[in-house]
Design a protein around this ligand. Structure first.
Ligand SMILES: C[S@@+](CC[C@H](N)C(=O)[O-])C[C@H]1O[C@@H](n2cnc3c(N)ncnc32)[C@H](O)[C@@H]1O
Length: 215
């Protein structure tokens, strides 16, 4: 049994995907940057966690073609809201098309532009503690900045999830000094020792860290 075979098994028996999720994933997998898309098991976990804590207000940093946003929007109650941030008009056009097709477009607000500028504006618009759940999946060098914003945005006992915390396993390779690897290595150590939160790092896909704000 190879790694690929067991990953296919986990998708088939560990996830429930709608027809639109499948279509969006298929369209995304044909793109040169396909490896950026959140995996179905990771999406399934995000949706499960959202429902577990009754998340109504969700923030995502890093939309791409909208697979994780679609998955999270499908886990929202009818009066829920997902705000998702990305700089790319081209990729998010694919996202919007599929959100419409899935009937969740009214629940999703896309903010186009640099994520840090959008976060700064959101602080003014939404205020601190405005979100139940945050998913961070954008440029790795800025993860720590996104983390600090998220701690202001998240309500006590709300969850923050980070994708790609292994960065292709490079975080555990002492010879790797790329800017993304160094940023993630520092952040992983910071979160482990951060008294503001409870945390759990899962070896799911490229590594996912779950953080719960303590108070
Ligand atoms: C890994 S992908 C997100 C994948 C997405 N969550 C999914 O499941 O398909 C990262 C995204 O972050 C966006 N991004 C990277 N740096 C950014 C920045 N500084 N501001 C806004 N968006 C950024 C990219 O345009 C890209 O779409």
């Amino acid at each position: 049994m190879t790694d690929i075979q067991i990953r296919h098994y986990a998708v088939e028996f560990g996830t429930r995907q709608t027809e639109v999720q499948r279509k969006l994933r298929e369209e995304t997998l044909a793109l040169p940057e396909a490896n950026m898309v959140t995996s179905p098991p990771a999406g399934q976990l995000l949706a499960f966690l959202m429902k577990t804590i009754g998340a109504k207000r969700v923030l995502e940093i890093g939309t791409y073609t909208g697979y994780s946003a679609l998955t999270m929007a499908l886990a929202l109650p009818p009066d829920g809201r997902l705000i998702t941030l990305d700089a790319s008009e081209e990729w998010t056009a694919i996202a919007r098309r599929h959100w419409r097709e899935a009937g969740v477009a009214d629940l999703v607000a896309l903010k186009l532009g640099d994520a840090i500028a959008s976060l700064e504006r959101l602080l003014g618009d939404e205020g601190e503690g405005a979100f139940d759940f945050v998913y961070i999946d954008a440029d790795k060098e800025n993860y720590d900045t996104y983390y600090e914003y998220s701690l202001r945005f998240i309500r006590p006992a709300g969850l923050i999830c980070f994708d790609n915390v292994f960065w292709g396993r490079s975080v555990a390779d002492p010879q790797d000094h790329s800017s993304e690897t160094v940023a993630l290595r520092r952040l992983n150590a910071k979160i482990r020792d951060d008294e503001r939160v409870d945390m759990s790092m899962l070896p799911l896909g490229d590594g996912m860290t779950l953080v719960r704000r303590r108070s």
